[in-house]
Write a protein that binds this ligand. Structure first.
Ligand code: IPM
Ligand code: MG
Length: 371
């Protein structure tokens, strides 16, 4: 059968490659067992690419990323590249993918799996059943705003500056993504900004409130100051359904939300572009929320589940394959229910497994589910 979905896999650095190997096995499984085939290309990104080509992503890889249906990324970065100039740092490869593909909508779910309630540092009753979604603006704000730099004032004082900047269309389009997603969930959106201090915060709030009132009156909407949001996430995270916020606050709040679950190794993410009105296609990149974990890289200890759940998000959002996405997510639930744990989510009485063993258990779970 001709491959009907094209995929670019970028394993990246640290634990990225070994985790991605397990995902490749699942992709092969789907090729064999489901009515889908993937044409997979693989390339370097991050420090691995810098070492080979002197840049964190090549133009050639960017050209491939432009044409495929979706990109699956492992993780980038590590202390090895600490002294590399900022424009070539591993993170620059990721930022270029986000910017050049215009992946403005970053979806970061924070879900507490029943089997892992005890992995959180928070009390079980605070987080049991937690399922919230952070929608982070990803291609604008202070991450990309100009001017930025370091200069010297006439009196010789050195200073550094960045620019927080949002246009109305940029705010509107991320807000719409949040409201649309809320309609498919629990119908609540909280928009986080610093409208009490920042011009761009007050503007953000005005624009989102207007969209809420005019186009989404059916969705329960509130504004929240970003610092209060950080506090509320710890106090009572289940009050939230969808949180929409800018690039920088989204970076911070999504790390906090991830840690509420106590298992960074479990959290997937999706970064989506706009839908092309003629082709109906949208660029999309999927990646785990965790980093490269250089301390355990190459030791067969990493948790492959976040990357696998990112692949499931790809099936859901890029390919409309809800049934297959469910299947993959159920396989994850199954291995957890069987007590299998990599070191990051290990607790007393469970079975410690390696990356490879977890991958094998997932294939067995898929076989059982699809039998
Ligand atoms: C993230 C990361 C990135 C960011 C880094 C690696 C550039 O922290 O995806 O949250 O700051 O956006
Ligand atoms: Mg971050």
């Amino acid at each position: 059968m001709a491959a009907n979905k094209s995929l670019l896999i970028l394993p990246g650095d640290g634990i990225g490659p070994e985790v991605m190997t397990q995902i490749r096995h699942v992709i092969d499984w789907m090729d064999r067992r489901r009515s889908v085939t993937f044409a997979v290309q693989e390339a370097l990104v991050g420090g691995a690419c810098y070492d080979a080509h002197g840049t964190a992503i090549t133009d050639q890889t960017m050209a491939v990323a432009e044409t495929v249906d979706a990109v699956l990324l492992g993780a980038v970065g590590g202390p090895k590249w600490d002294d590399v100039p900022r424009q070539h740092r591993p993170e620059a490869g990721l930022l270029r993918l986000r910017k050049d593909l215009d992946l403005f909508a970053n979806l970061r779910p924070a879900i507490v799996f029943d089997a892992l309630v005890d992995a959180s540092t928070l009390k079980p009753e605070v987080i049991r059943g937690l399922d919230l979604l952070i929608v982070r603006e990803l291609t604008s704000g202070v991450y990309f705003g100009e001017p930025r730099g370091v200069d010297t004032l006439p009196d010789g004082t050195e200073r550094a500056f960045d620019t927080q900047l949002y246009t109305k269309p940029e705010i509107e389009r991320i807000a719409r993504v949040a409201f649309e997603l809320a309609r498919k969930r629990h119908n609540r959106v909280a928009s986080a900004e610093k409208s009490n201090v920042m011009e761009s915060g007050a503007y953000w709030r005005r624009v989102v409130s207007h969209i809420a009132a005019t186009d989404y009156p059916d969705v329960e909407y509130s504004n929240i100051l970003a610092d209060n949001c950080a506090m509320q996430l710890l106090r009572d995270p289940k009050q939230f359904d969808v949180i929409v916020t800018d690039n920088l606050f989204g970076d911070l709040l999504s790390d906090e939300a991830a840690m509420l679950t106590g298992s960074l190794g479990m959290l997937p993410s999706a970064s989506l572009g706009a839908v092309d009105p003629t082709s109906g296609r949208r660029h999309a990149l999927y990646e785990p929320v965790h980093g490269t974990a250089p301390d355990i890289a190459g030791q067969d200890k990493a948790n492959p589940l976040a990357t696998l759940l990112s692949f499931a998000m790809m099936l859901r959002y890029s390919f409309d394959m809800a049934e297959d996405a469910d299947l993959v997510e159920q396989a994850v639930q199954d291995v957890l229910a069987d007590g299998l744990r990599t070191g990051d989510i290990m607790s007393p009485g469970q079975t410690l497994v390696s990356t490879t063993q977890m991958g094998a258990a997932l294939l067995a779970a898929l076989d059982r589910r699809a039998a």
